[in-house]
Design a protein around this ligand. Structure first.
Ligand SMILES: [Ca+2]
Length: 124
């Protein structure tokens, strides 16, 4: 069951228009062309093993936050402002736009160190 890494929703609690995105980078053009739109995301679902980094501005700039689990509301700081996002597999940690992120954003539930230490063993 690969694919469908992240679903984005127009409204809280996974309501309203939605779009399904696979691993990759999605700039504002992609969001504008989709069902949800620019400056519109309010909730999102993240499949196990993936993480999504959202950005306030186009071009993966501005304030950013990382979500690693289903999020019924992205929070006041990111509601209806997301203009670009990147979806990566957990474990492939890279500094995204490090120079433009002066203040870390804490949403209370995100702990990157905990994410890193998660086991990725899949037993068959
Ligand atoms: Ca925006």
């Amino acid at each position: 069951m690969p694919a469908n890494a992240v679903q984005i929703y127009l409204a809280r609690d996974y309501q309203g228009a939605s779009a399904t995105l696979e691993e990759g980078s999605y700039d504002v053009q992609h969001l504008r062309a989709g069902e949800v739109g620019n400056d519109a995301i309010s909730s999102l679902r993240v499949s196990d093993g993936y993480q999504v980094t959202v950005f306030e501005d186009a071009g993966f700039k501005g304030a950013s936050a990382v979500f690693t689990a289903d999020t019924p509301w992205v929070g006041a700081d990111f509601d209806d402002v997301i203009s670009s996002l990147k979806i990566t597999k957990q474990g492939s940690l890279r500094m995204l736009n490090a120079s433009a992120a002066p203040t870390p954003v804490s949403l209370g539930t995100m702990d990157l160190t905990a994410t890193v230490s998660m086991e990725h063993t899949i037993s068959h």
